[in-house]
Design a binder for this molecule. Structure first.
Ligand code: SF4
Length: 325
């Protein structure tokens, strides 16, 4: 695929064949068949297009969200819950997607009542994402577009998404760069993600606009997955949101951490969350005056792990356990 609208940070002084789409800024000649850190080409590298009903009620709505799961990632979290399609994406078999096929499948889901299209892990696939959005609009389709990101995003790129993305759904993972380096091989994560969150907040502010069915049509929801053994990190993440953005931003606190076999010898990440440590974060949120959003039930760790070898990766998901605060 050739990008008709290469989305390159405005500060870019290198040739346009060199990829600077995300803050990793590899400069890899991705548009000439090379692979950068994210391990993906310039094709539509998609692992799955499916309906997901188990997310925040305002994201899933009553009919679920049509999620487009991209392969690869611009981070390398050792505990990745989607490792089948992120770090191992070259060994993971999936069908080849053309733009026509993507639009056909998405339109089928929209025809079945889905109101939103979510782009999952899109930071390294922005040009492809924009082509999908443009093609849907050309067909007269105007779903709610949700940008479901790890927050390792370029501010210059986010500025170019203003007016295109309806709902930002970033996962703010860390408040400590050393931890981000140790667990995700991303030593500048905190600086980059905090700037990205400030840009999303500038665009959307605190209001979450909801339609008559309870589905979000515009706004910002910040997710945070609590990791076992790292409560200080989580508390500092909440402090950043409350003090640098606003305590009224919608936050989705997630307890669904599931220990993956690849890290079975890790001293902290080899177990599920303890109730006491999860409650510590909830108490911190209360202290900070954060009362808008959702707190996931602690029983969620066994219910949310997708299996991308299935036609429906969420076939085994039990129930929606998101509880509104
Ligand atoms: S999108 Fe991929 S190739 Fe491009 S800068 Fe980021 S990690 Fe590197």
């Amino acid at each position: 695929m050739k990008f008709s609208t290469p989305l390159i940070p405005s500060s870019n002084t290198q040739k346009q064949t060199e990829c600077l789409v995300c803050p990793r800024r590899c400069g890899t000649e991705r548009y000439n068949g090379k692979f950068g850190y994210c391990n993906t080409s310039d094709d539509f590298e998609i692992a799955s297009i499916c309906i997901h009903k188990g997310e925040e009620p305002a994201i899933s709505g009553t009919s679920g969200i049509c999620n487009i799961f991209f392969k690869g990632c611009n981070m390398s979290c050792i505990f990745c819950q989607n490792s089948q399609i992120s770090r191992n994406c070259k060994s993971y078999h999936s069908d080849f997607y053309t733009l026509e096929r993507i639009i056909h499948e998405v339109c089928n889901h929209l025809d079945m009542g889905c109101k939103a299209v979510g782009f999952v892990t899109p930071s390294h696939m922005i040009p492809q994402m924009l082509q999908i959005i443009m093609a849907l609009k050309e067909k007269g389709r105007n779903p709610v577009f949700v940008y479901n990101t790890n927050a390792y995003d370029e501010v210059d790129v986010l500025k170019q998404l203003e007016g295109i993305i309806d709902v930002y759904l970033p996962d703010l993972k860390y408040s400590d760069n050393n931890l981000a380096k140790e667990l995700s091989h991303t030593p500048d994560y905190v600086d980059v993600a905090q700037k990205a969150l400030k840009e999303m907040f500038r665009q959307k502010g605190t209001p979450l606009h909801i339609d008559e069915s309870g589905q979000a049509v515009s706004g910002l929801i910040i997710r945070h997955l609590v990791l076992p053994g790292y409560t200080d990190n989580s508390k500092q993440v909440m402090r950043f949101i409350a003090e640098e953005l606003s305590p009224r931003v919608h936050v989705s606190l997630m307890s669904q951490y599931h220990p993956m076999s690849a890290i079975s010898d890790h001293p902290d990440l080899n177990r599920y969350l303890f109730p006491a440590e999860y409650n510590e974060i909830i108490s911190e949120m209360e202290l900070l005056g954060m009362e808008t959003g959702w707190v996931q039930s602690l029983e969620s760790s066994n219910t949310f792990l997708p299996d991308f070898n299935l036609n429906d990766p969420f076939e085994n998901e039990v129930i929606n356990l998101m509880l509104s605060t």
